[in-house]
Write a protein that binds this ligand. Structure first.
Ligand code: GAR
Length: 209
């Protein structure tokens, strides 16, 4: 049997995307194992959840630390756990260039909008205030710019007239929970490649030639 690919999860808060990934693995929908869960905040509910699930859950507190020094500790922990892919799951901290270079095309993030629309904080509020009729979520590779790297997968969510930030966020979150595991599965399958900014299925590219 092939050895399972190892995931490293980075989170800062609630951790529902982490839980959805862990549930997908448990249900056999995603062939992978979670080698380490790292939180930069002691009070992150996601950290407790990871401990309750018996996972290797580690606090590497970031408060008051220089970014590069904190990142160096996180990088060391990820190397030690021998991760194949790093999943940012509500990790509310910018990664230093050194971090990104340490794991080229091996860090992914989920964002609650259809990028490149509404990057940064409060993406759902930004979409409501702008008045778009369709928003959603994006799973993308992480590069040195905020919410910017090649897009692996997106799911759309209509904005309803009666929506507020809470109702819209809840419907986007449902899609996030599906999108993240699907995107991880795609990457770990080795079936996709990055061509310029595009993430393409290797098979369909050769068929299309
Ligand atoms: C999710 O909605 C995720 O897309 C967002 O934070 C939330 C974390 O929820 N991430 C960003 O906005 C990143 N720019 P969770 O802790 O329940 O997974």
């Amino acid at each position: 049997m092939a050895t399972l690919k190892k995931l490293g999860i980075l989170l800062s808060g609630r951790g529902s995307n982490f839980e959805a990934i862990a549930d997908s693995i448990k249900a056999g929908r995603l062939q992978a194992e979670i080698a380490i869960v790292i939180s930069n905040r002691a009070d992150a509910p996601g950290l407790e959840s990871a401990k309750r699930r018996g996972l290797n859950a580690v606090l590497i507190a970031s408060r008051g630390r220089v970014r590069e020094e904190h990142d160096a500790d996180v990088i060391a922990a990820l190397h030690h756990a021998q991760v194949d892919l790093i999943c940012l799951a509500g990790y509310m901290r910018l990664l230093s260039p050194h971090f990104i270079q340490a794991f080229p095309n091996r860090i992914v993030n989920i964002h609650p909008s259809l990028l490149p629309a509404f990057p940064g904080m409060d993406a759902q509020k930004q979409a409501l205030e702008y008045g778009v009729k369709i928003t959603g979520c994006t799973v993308h590779f992480v590069d040195e710019h905020l919410d910017n790297g090649p897009i692996i997968l997106q799911k759309t969510v209509p904005i309803l007239d009666g929506d507020d930030v809470n109702s819209l966020s809840a419907r986007i979150l449902e899609q996030e929970h599906k999108a993240y595991s699907e995107a991880i599965g795609l990457i770990l399958s080795g079936e996709v490649e990055i061509v310029d900014r595009r993430v393409l299925r290797k098979l369909s590219r050769s068929e299309g030639r």
